[in-house]
Design a protein. Structure first.
Length: 386
């Protein structure tokens, strides 16, 4: 269950959050922007997060300490005021660095939707807020799962800007959008029935198995909240190339406008195709009932760039609901995988509900199951009659 937090007004932020932050507060009430020099030594001493990795810190010259309104993707220097759920911050190289009260950190403002952790929004002011993802997202937490500790509290010290006073935003450093490749690689999308249904593990297993078969596999995480765990899982499994939404200028895809969200899907496939893989595997975050995921599956761009879909399910009922949900978009999954396959009894239940193959992780990793389109392409006898 979620705990509903206060929808703080600006005055509420000052009155309720400031007493928890402690220490010297920047004046976020000013209407006129105030800037200060940002010494390189201070910048390099701050603990930098994964979400900021594409931002060129050589462009950072000044700190806007008041009079600015945060936007998604803005680079912010913040101070850790109270350790909560996230005790570590993920660096651009994947190392998880311990956090201490008083640490200065480099984060990106962004929203978050995680059904087993937080819902969080980009605040309207630079007042005290929260670090809501280990990958380095600053936001105001508005909902929290009952089993999750309160979010780590931070005080933004200022937005990081260039010499001209322009805030450094992740969009400025986004992956260039290329032209659609003449021949798109076979593209498979893994969707889930919920968070923690086994999407990442399923994709890592697919990457491992296909790589062992001699295929070059490129992976794209289309939606989610900026963090590197999935990226490193795919790299470690042998992926030829990995991109995620942060490479396209988005610290998070929650509340991203529909036109930007639907444009992200083909742009990512196009960028991955430029790496000349044999196979592209995509991941959509959360579950099929999450509006963002549902909207992408239902949009015309999905049918244009995705050849097949695999469902990662947590249990048999979830698998059955996922199949019905995809049927609404005229999609039949080519396989069921995910956490459910760890339970022989859950697999038995699911087999009574679907004709789709139910594929355990070991079969994925060993290449014992591959999509029919790839199996046929690899079997010369499939074309003998041509």
């Amino acid at each position: 269950m979620f705990t509903q937090l206060e929808n703080y007004s600006v005055s509420g932020e000052r009155g309720i959050l400031a007493d928890l932050a402690g220490g010297n507060q920047p004046d976020w009430s000013e209407d006129v922007a105030t800037t200060a020099p940002l010494p390189e030594t201070r910048l390099s001493a701050a603990k930098r997060s994964y979400a900021t990795r594409r931002i060129e810190l050589g462009d950072a010259v000044r700190l806007i300490t008041s009079g600015a309104h945060p936007a998604s993707g803005d680079l912010v220097l913040a101070r850790i005021d109270r350790i909560g759920h996230h005790r570590r911050i993920e660096s651009p190289d994947g190392r998880r660095r311990q956090l201490y009260v008083g640490d200065e950190v480099l984060l990106c403002y962004g929203a978050r939707y995680a059904s087993d952790q937080f819902e969080a929004l980009v605040p309207e002011t630079m007042g005290p807020c929260h670090m809501v993802a280990a990958g380095g997202i600053a936001a105001r937490c508005v909902n929290r799962h009952d089993a999750t500790k309160p979010a780590t509290r931070i005080t933004p010290l200022g937005l990081v800007a260039d010499a001209a006073g322009q805030v450094l935003n992740l969009r400025r450093y986004a992956q260039p959008t290329g032209r659609r490749a003449a021949a798109r690689p076979y593209t498979l999308c893994v969707v889930g029935t919920s968070m923690n249904a086994g999407k990442t593990t399923t994709i890592a297993g697919l990457v491992r198995g296909l790589t062992r078969m001699g295929k070059k596999v490129a992976v794209g995480k289309v939606t989610g909240t900026g963090a590197g765990g999935d990226r490193w899982a795919y790299v470690d499994a042998g992926a030829h190339a990995v991109l995620d939404f942060t490479d396209f200028g988005h610290p998070s895809t929650y509340l991203l406008p529909d036109d930007q969200l639907t444009a992200l899907l083909p742009a990512m496939v196009c960028a991955l195709a430029d790496r000349q893989p044999d196979v592209v595997v995509l991941e959509l975050a959360d579950g099929l009932f999450f509006p963002e995921t549902a909207g992408l599956v239902e949009c015309p761009a999905f049918a244009d760039v995705v050849d097949d879909v695999v469902i990662a399910a947590g249990d048999a009922m979830g698998a059955e609901a996922g199949i019905r949900r995809l049927a609404d978009s005229a999609i039949t999954p080519v396989a069921i995988a995910g956490r459910m396959t760890s339970s022989p009894l859950a697999v038995r239940e699911a087999k009574a509900l679907t004709d789709a193959p139910i594929v355990p992780l070991d079969d994925l990793m060993e290449g014992a199951w591959v999509p029919a389109a790839l199996a046929e392409a690899a079997d010369p006898s499939a074309h003998a009659a041509e």
